[in-house]
Design a protein around this ligand. Structure first.
Ligand code: TLP
Length: 353
């Protein structure tokens, strides 16, 4: 199977498996797992943040951040397709008692301007509207097709938010992809935000785990919330060991996934009924619209699956994500399979005309 559903599907590399087998471990609830401690220190150093906390999932990292930055009865400003709002089980209401004030980016990029955020702000009254508690950003923006939030825009949004005493959390599940595409360091992309979460289990290719980073006091509180939410893990150095390998080995090769994604997008743009602008594919996520075909996104995904290709349908779009377990050759095969599915359905619709 060529699995393009997500970059979460990668299997650990031989180097990761070796590191896992040999990992030195201890009970991390007592703070005694040397491999986890090393991973947290390495991440804090790379991101130039005071402290870091290894969490089982990106969702847990994001939701702990929402919890710590807000109080119940406040609103979180987030782009309409943001992961924290759409794919985390309404945890921001269940865990934190907050609701999303969602804002669509007018240009469709998923990247908000300050003016768009400002229009949704409730800061400083009147008393009968729920105050804004947090601004949540995402880089790269998954459901907007892996789009990029530049360092300059991040700085501007954070500066304006801080002037109003509003905190900013950055969902950087794929911040290493963003840093590669923008030719920036992850530290520079994350610096203006009060907290950042990134995933080892996405583009970096480790089997499990994410990191939440911020000031020391914030991370100490986050540790308690991780325990409360059932995320106090014990000899978890076996997972941290794979994450350490991912952190060192994967970033230098992410440009290959981006080149594969761009090639895929260029091929898709030539197929009948599909709509995508390859110039906008900057990272490893390829999102295309299928309304111009006579099939639904789910029908196309089902036919692809019969031919050995897995992709995800989202409404009238299909998402394909490249990663280290997908080769250039498999990208070409995917395009051929899709071509024969769409070619056939087009021939049928011409016959019936
Ligand atoms: N994204 C998954 C699905 O949930 C859609 C994927 O396949 O892309 N932030 C962002 C931007 C994400 O894309 C994801 C996962 C998360 C947070 C949550 O991470 P996990 O799955 O570790 O909870």
């Amino acid at each position: 199977m060529i699995d393009l559903r997500s970059d979460t599907v990668t299997k650990p590399t031989p180097a990761m498996r070796r590191a896992m087998a040999e990992a030195e471990v201890g009970d991390d609830v007592y703070g005694e797992d040397p491999t986890v401690n090393r991973l947290q220190e390495r991440a804090a150093e790379l991101f130039e943040k005071e402290a870091a906390l290894f969490v089982p999932t990106g969702s847990m990292g994001n939701q702990i951040a929402v919890k710590l930055h807000t109080r119940p009865g406040t609103e979180v400003i987030i782009e309409e397709r943001g992961h924290i709002y759409n794919f985390e089980m309404a945890a921001m209401s269940a865990v934190s008692g907050t609701v999303a004030r969602s804002v669509r980016s007018a240009d469709g990029s998923g990247i908000l301007t300050w003016e768009e955020i400002e229009g949704a702000l409730h800061a400083g009254g009147p008393y009968y509207v729920a105050p804004t508690g947090l601004i949540a950003l995402e880089n790269s923006h998954n459901l907007a097709g892996g789009s990029l939030l530049s360092r300059e825009r991040t700085e501007e949004l954070c500066e304006r938010a801080h002037a109003l005493k509003l905190p900013v959390h950055l969902d950087g599940a794929r911040i290493f992809n963003a840093a590669t595409a923008l030719k920036e360091s992850v530290a520079d992309l994350a610096r203006p935000a009060d907290s950042v979460m990134f995933c080892f289990s996405k583009g970096l290719g480790a089997p499990v785990g994410s990191m939440l980073l911020g000031e020391r006091a914030f991370i100490e509180e986050a540790r308690a919330w991780r325990k409360l939410l059932g995320g106090g893990m014990r000899q978890v150095g076996v997972l941290a060991a794979a994450a350490l390998v991912a952190l060192e080995e994967t970033p230098p090769r992410l440009f290959e996934d981006h080149a594969n994604a761009r090639r895929l997008a260029e091929g898709l743009a030539e197929l009948p009924g599909l709509s995508i602008d390859p110039a906008k594919v900057a990272t490893n996520i390829v999102l295309f619209d299928v309304t111009g075909t006579e099939l639904t996104a789910n029908e196309i995904c089902a036919r692809l699956q019969e031919r050995g290709v897995l992709a995800s349908g989202f409404g009238s779009s299909i998402r394909m994500v490249t990663h280290y377990d997908v080769s250039r050759e498999e990208i070409e095969t995917t395009l051929q399979e899709l071509n024969s599915i769409l070619g056939k359905s087009e021939a049928r619709s011409q016959q019936s005309e």
